[in-house]
Design a protein around this ligand. Structure first.
Ligand SMILES: Cc1cc2nc3c(=O)[nH]c(=O)nc-3n(C[C@H](O)[C@H](O)[C@H](O)COP(=O)(O)OP(=O)(O)OC[C@H]3O[C@@H](n4cnc5c(N)ncnc54)[C@H](O)[C@@H]3O)c2cc1C
Ligand code: SF4
Length: 561
């Protein structure tokens, strides 16, 4: 910290430079206001807010990643010749900026619009309170709101969106992976080819580990000391915190992982955390890696010997398709607050106590703007059980993935969807509690991306706005796509009786319970046809097994956080 503080701006710097506020989730000098001004004319403000860190029990590694990247960014900008004001504050970001303008006479600030809704609200309130701030468009995105509404129109309650339509439009509009107005390879999506389990067909490259430097070590010590009760382990922090290392992580993924990304995209293993996933989400969401650069790099290698087309297209679809799509849905529905679907009755924020030393107070004039939306189209509302906090359930798939999250604050897409969320949806756990859990447990989680993925894609709490059917399965899918079941006490081939896999009984009873809502869903016709063929005797056994499994999960008490 001494290095940053010794670069404190002089009164002349404050008066003469043009000052830019860099939000914690837009830490970049490659696009936006910081990229557009000469360093010698630029002053940069960053805020490290304890109120934000205390708002929920964020994974310790998320706090280290975020804070250390901000501190390194500050040093990188000083080295470029910018003047940097790095503000520590117990207050929110907006209030900290107000304090700076009042106390240091800082002139009007320019800022790229942050992605996280909470920060946008915080800044809006500060502006109402007198902050001089000019917000400019967020140029890290690959699409605009108009791109989205030109495909779907403005949001109306009751409507649904299909990602594929938006993705096709974005491919056509940007020309990415297009040739003479046609998709390269003859189709827009190669998803159907990307569903292989991983059975040691080829070695998995070992991703680089970034040893903490002095700056990161200082942050690790700070987080360990100040936030000891937060979720997750801080041991062996090895994520990138400098721009150089963030770029190195991406170059590794591009060269070694992306060529095999597609085929094994959906595979899960208990001995491999990352498989061929890039693990770049946290860096993209911070602004350290730009979606445009990633898409360009992959497109340039697509179809050549470097990255087969199915892998390149699969990866580009995640970024140009899913990531942009989710952000628009969040924006259009104000984080699902505008949805016309049944809501959960129980208060969503129950488990998030205010921090004792730095409570976050909702700004005046904004009644409860930070309370998350609570759609629950399938009427799910059971409390999230202790297994999500690392208490062992004996279900090897769950225990493995939760363990990965505790240690790394990350697991890949299919484990999030088909293990953690699948179990919650099948059991009827509160979608909001699950969302809040993901929000603090994952290093890449921010409201715009976590609410859409959990309330939308993963739990169907939005009633089908984001996904055409709930992503649920019994043991057969998990057994096919992973090696979990081979190491589990339960038998994936048995659906009833002692020792049978809980997922399967939970799956059939989920379908039975939700028949009024889902029975006519065209994508669930086959499972419902199979359900109808089951004898009443088998259904009694399935219900008994599902009840036992649920009672077992509920029987563990929560660890204190
Ligand atoms: C329940 C659930 C929770 C999720 N929570 C988050 C989250 O908090 N933050 C987050 O960034 N992603 C989230 N995702 C989306 C996706 O799982 C992660 O982006 C991905 O697993 C990150 O790992 P990666 O960087 O290796 O991604 P890769 O598999 O290498 O994919 C490349 C990139 O595509 C983007 N991407 C892919 N799918 C999505 C998606 N559905 N939504 C948004 N971006 C996507 C990410 O930026 C990712 O880095 C969630 C998905 C589910 C089902
Ligand atoms: S048998 Fe069931 S609980 Fe065990 S790992 Fe397989 S799916 Fe999970």
């Amino acid at each position: 910290m001494d290095q940053i503080q010794s670069a404190e701006p002089t009164a002349a710097d404050i008066a003469q430079r043009r000052w830019i506020y860099v939000p914690y989730d837009r830490v970049t000098d490659r696009t936006g206001p910081v990229a557009e001004q000469a360093a010698r004319d630029t002053g940069i403000v960053l805020v490290e807010s304890t109120a934000m860190a205390h708002r929920r029990p964020y994974h310790k590694k998320k706090l280290v990643l975020l804070i250390s990247n901000m501190r390194h960014f500050a040093l990188e900008q000083v080295a470029r010749g910018c003047s940097v004001l790095y503000q520590f504050s117990p207050r929110s970001h907006g209030q900290a900026l107000l304090d700076l303008q009042r106390e240091r006479g800082l002139p009007e600030l320019t800022a790229m619009q942050p992605a996280e809704r909470e920060l946008r609200l915080d800044l809006t309130q500060a502006v109402q309170d007198g902050l001089k701030l000019r917000e400019v468009a967020d140029t890290t995105w690959l699409s605009t709101s108009e791109d989205f509404t030109s495909v779907f129109g403005a949001y109306k309650p009751g409507r649904s969106y299909v990602m594929d339509r938006f993705y096709r439009r974005m491919r056509q509009q940007t020309g990415i992976l297009m040739e003479k107005h046609k998709p390269v390879g003859g189709k827009f999506s190669f998803d159907a080819e990307n569903r292989k389990p991983y059975k040691n067909q080829l070695p998995i490259p070992v991703p680089p580990a970034f040893t903490p430097d002095d700056v990161t070590q200082e942050v690790i010590d700070l987080v360990a000391r100040k936030y000891p009760h937060h979720f997750g382990s801080i041991s062996n922090f090895d994520l990138p915190t400098t721009q150089h290392d963030c770029d190195a992580m991406w170059r590794f993924a591009l060269k070694h992982l992306l060529p095999t990304f597609g085929p094994f995209e959906d595979a899960m293993r208990d001995d491999q955390l990352q498989l061929f996933h890039s693990r770049t989400s946290a860096l993209i969401n911070l602004g350290r890696l730009l979606p445009a650069d990633l898409v360009r790099d992959v497109e340039q290698s697509a179809g050549r010997s470097k990255i087969p087309l199915a892998s390149a297209e699969g990866f580009i679809r995640q970024i140009l398709g899913w990531r942009e799509f989710m952000r628009h849905i969040h924006y259009q529905t104000d984080g699902y607050r505008l949805l016309d679907v049944p809501q959960e009755i129980r208060p969503a924020t129950k488990r998030i106590p205010p921090a004792p030393d730095a409570p976050f107070t909702a700004p005046v004039n904004m009644p409860d703007p930070y309370i998350g939306a609570t759609p629950s189209a399938l009427n799910a509302s059971l409390p999230l059980p202790a297994v999500y906090w690392g208490v062992k359930s004996g279900m090897h798939c769950m225990d493995t993935v939760v363990d990965q999250v505790i240690h790394e604050g990350w697991s890949h897409h299919i484990t999030r969807l088909m293990i953690l969320s699948n179990l919650a949806t099948l059991c009827g756990f509160s979608p909001r509690e699950l969302t809040d859990w993901f929000w603090f447990a994952y290093v890449d989680a921010y409201d715009w991306v976590i609410e859409t993925n959990v309330l939308g894609m993963a739990t169907y709490a939005d009633g089908g706005l984001t996904a055409t059917k709930p992503y649920v399965s019994g043991a057969a899918y998990i057994n096919r796509m992973s090696n979990y079941c081979g190491h589990c006490q339960y038998d994936p081939k048995q659906s009833t009786g002692e020792g049978s896999c809980p997922f399967t009984a939970l799956y059939w009873t989920f379908l039975e319970r939700n028949q009024p809502n889902l029975g006519n869903n065209f994508r669930l016709q086959m499972p419902y046809a199979t359900l109808r063929k089951k004898s009443s005797q088998e259904m009694v056994l399935l219900r008994t097994r599902a009840e036992e499994a649920l009672a077992h999960l509920k029987s563990f008490s929560h660890p204190e956080y």
